[in-house]
Design a protein around this ligand. Structure first.
Ligand SMILES: [Zn+2]
Length: 272
């Protein structure tokens, strides 16, 4: 397991798969574990880290959204209190993510020492600006639908850490599984968030963290430009060229997601 970034109060672990991040934040009041993933040994590594640092502090498990690769480590942290969005708790098809996990583990003959289950949420986040306070540690939440229906942004104060889930990655353009219009709205939430909090670190679900505010804003702007371009392309069959994909480090697999984005954009704008 690789550690991508470490600076008090947090450690950002990175899986060998999809460059998915798992974040552990240690404050005087609590330990916050975010989307622990993906391979059994990687999850074990995170478990050991948490065991070593926790002392008698409570452990909270935050899920940024319900995609399979983000919830795969749930039962490896028994006893932790789960935080997630209302839409995550009310997911109409939790079996889909579980099927995705089982398919993945079957394909690679992966054995896990814990059961695969959909997370039961203890602290349900239902509105923008909702806050959970534990002494000086404050978790401020913003609903972030668009990629999926149940995305959640979390700002950990007073540290200025922004946990963004599957938004604002430098590895990929937006993958829209849920809604273009809601995704765009979430990007404007992101801009507001950047203005209203002293953000010092952005942690995306895949790829590299950044401490640079202008990089954060340009990730927001590039996501928005991509979405608007897809919506235009959906209505006039305007194709994206190879060059567009080649800007990304793993361009081949991205084309499939781009085609799916185009299909959803057509359906959403009534052209599909
Ligand atoms: Zn995702």
């Amino acid at each position: 397991m690789q550690i991508q970034f470490q600076h008090p109060p947090l450690t950002v672990f990175e899986s060998a798969l999809f460059r998915t991040t798992s974040t552990v934040i240690e404050t005087p009041e609590l330990i916050l574990v975010v989307d622990p993933n993906c391979l059994p040994r990687e999850i074990e590594f995170i478990q050991r880290h948490v065991q070593q640092i926790r002392g008698d502090r409570p452990v909270f498990l935050l899920f940024t959204h319900s995609d399979w690769d983000h919830i795969i480590g749930y039962r490896a942290f028994d006893g932790a209190q789960v935080i997630a969005a209302q839409a995550f708790a009310d997911n109409p098809s939790p079996g889909k993510s579980l099927d995705d996990i089982r398919r993945f583990d079957d394909e690679y003959y992966i054995r896990r020492p814990y059961p695969i289950e959909y997370p039961r949420v203890d602290k349900v986040i239902h509105s923008d600006g909702q806050t959970l306070e534990f002494g000086d540690t404050r978790l401020v939440f913003y609903l972030a639908p668009g990629h999926t229906a149940d995305g959640l942004f979390t700002v950990v104060e007073p540290y200025g850490i922004w946990l963004a889930g599957d938004y604002l990655s430098n590895m990929e353009f937006p993958f829209v599984y849920h809604s273009f219009s809601e995704y765009l709205h979430t990007l404007s939430t992101a801009t507001d968030l950047l203005q209203n909090h002293a953000i010092r670190l952005l942690v995306p679900g895949h790829g590299d963290v950044t401490t640079d505010k202008s990089t954060m804003q340009s990730r927001i702007d590039e996501s928005e430009q991509y979405l608007r371009r897809v919506v235009r392309a959906a209505s006039n069959d305007n194709a994206f060229d190879e060059e567009f994909f080649n800007r990304f480090p793993f361009p081949l697999m991205l084309q499939k997601y781009h085609r799916e984005n185009l299909e959803l954009a057509r359906r959403e704008t009534g052209q599909g």
